[in-house]
Design a binder for this molecule. Structure first.
Ligand SMILES: *Cc1c(COP(=O)(O)O)cnc(C)c1O
Length: 458
């Protein structure tokens, strides 16, 4: 089919959807460093992790040898309600940029949660149900993860308790209502309902919260209730694994038309969508079968890959979670009130951190106003109103396409369009009113939180 004109949207048949997730760790010669127990400094055992996480998910978290893991039938059935998601050829954007590059994006915003997060939420809820649990607790920052998890829990009849970062809770009342419609209960974090929350409030009474802090509260709440476990929507290797449906579908779709991407771009918060998108392609690179350029895009206000350190650090403010070796700005880092809420985490997936450290992936950071300029440009020609997070990838896809214009290269660019931005209209309003700023932390500020990282494991 290589000579056929490529349609605007490449859809797969249901029968072409992946039946297994792909675990890129199996093909990494040097594996990501193990999670450590903060009290012993030793690698965490499955048994220790099972007190916090669901058993099957613990197995997936610790498995760095099985290349393929079966997607259970019930999860595949749920996936069929909103997948396969299309790979779109951005003909209109290419024309507007007058670039010889060919731009493709994998669009994950076609479900009510408005993002790719549902791919992992449904898997995590399924395993919790299998284990016979009553419910799960979690944190949400921008709100997409909480929404996705509420949807997944209501599908399987599980209770869902969400700790929502206070500034989002206040700024995004409609996100909250979507979650409540699906039956979840929402608590603004930090709250008085947990010991960690009370402690943080005592120290910082006016704080509007952070992801790291909401994680600590959700973990504590899970441990305090019989039949509950904690689930997380990013960062962990299990989440990255579930998100490989994105990359597997994209690869199958492009191969139908004989297209091989030269550059693959994704925004990086905790790394799950980017990891999911690039995994099958990275596998080929690791096995020496093909070469690709991979680019992680992060906000200049929270630049963990480009300005952080690759060390063991806490995943949460309350220091209750295992230590992970990752690119980090330090768990005490408080990013400025950037509008790309889903990208405000201090650390990065251990899988992506290791790949980046080995020089297999690049990273760039971009400023907020340039991201919104790209979002607007994209929306006006491609129709979709992108999430601010996703727009980081759009920014760099446009920059790469413009570079191709200068050099005359006909490169194939693939990027992940992770979601829609309907709940981010305050951010769009600030941009439209010319009131958006570009806060970039100084070296001194970053040095403070880096200085508080524990000296463990190296
Ligand atoms: C959560 C989120 C992200 C960032 O999370 P990753 O784990 O890095 O993928 C990106 N885009 C959207 C729309 C999100 O909701």
């Amino acid at each position: 089919m290589a000579n056929e004109k490529i349609p605007y949207k490449i859809y797969l048949e249901e029968s072409e959807m992946p039946k297994q997730w792909y675990n890129v760790r199996a093909d990494m010669k040097k594996k990501p460093a193990p999670l450590l127990n903060p009290s012993t400094g030793k690698p965490v055992t499955a048994e220790e992790l099972s007190r916090v996480f669901c058993e099957e998910l613990v197995k997936q978290e610790l498995d760095d040898t099985s290349a393929y893991i079966d997607i259970p039938e019930e999860i595949r059935e749920f996936y069929k309600m909103y997948r396969p998601s299309p790979v779109v050829r951005a003909y209109c954007l290419e024309k507007q940029l007058d670039t010889p590059a060919k731009i493709y994006y994998k669009f994950e915003g076609n479900n009510t949660s408005g993002s790719h997060k549902l791919n992992s939420a449904i898997a995590q809820a399924y395993y919790a149900k299998q284990q016979g649990l009553k419910g799960v607790t979690t944190e949400t920052g921008a709100g997409q993860w909480g929404t996705a998890l509420s949807m997944a829990c209501s599908y399987f009849g599980l209770d869902c308790q969400v700790y929502m970062v206070k500034c989002s809770y206040e700024q995004k009342p409609f996100r909250r209502e979507v979650m409540r419609t699906y039956g979840a209960s929402i608590t603004p974090s930090p709250s008085e309902t947990t010991g960690v929350g009370r402690k943080i409030l005592e120290e910082f009474p006016d704080t509007k919260g952070s992801l790291g802090c909401a994680i600590s509260e959700a973990v504590e709440a899970a441990s305090a209730q019989e039949g509950y476990r904690y689930v997380l929507g990013s960062v962990l290797s299990q989440v990255l694994l579930h998100q490989t449906v994105i990359g597997l579908e994209a690869k199958t779709a492009l191969e139908k038309y004989g297209v091989k991407p030269d550059i693959i771009i994704g925004c990086a918060g905790g790394g799950s969508n980017l990891g999911g998108l690039i995994s099958p392609f990275m596998g080929e690179k690791l096995r020496g079968e093909a070469d690709y350029r991979f680019i992680a895009v992060e906000p200049a206000s929270c630049p963990s890959l480009t300005r952080g350190k690759y060390v063991y650090d806490f995943c949460d403010t309350g220091k209750v979670c295992p230590l992970q070796k990752m690119y980090t700005l330090g768990s005490s880092f408080m990013p400025s009130a950037n509008h790309a809420g889903g990208l405000r985490y201090h650390g990065m997936s251990s899988v992506l951190s290791e790949l980046y450290d080995q020089g297999l992936m690049e990273a760039v950071s971009v400023e907020q106003t340039s991201v919104f300029a790209a979002a607007q440009q994209f929306a006006r020609v491609e129709g979709i109103l992108p999430a601010p997070e996703s727009s980081h990838a759009i920014r760099v896809a446009i920059d790469e396409a413009l570079r191709c214009k200068e050099t005359g290269e006909e490169k194939n660019i693939l990027f992940g369009l992770t979601g829609t931005g309907y709940f981010d209209m305050y951010a769009y309003a600030a941009f439209n009113d010319g009131k958006m700023g570009d806060y970039i932390p100084t070296d001194e500020e970053i040095a403070v939180s880096l200085g508080r990282i524990p000296n463990i494991g190296d």
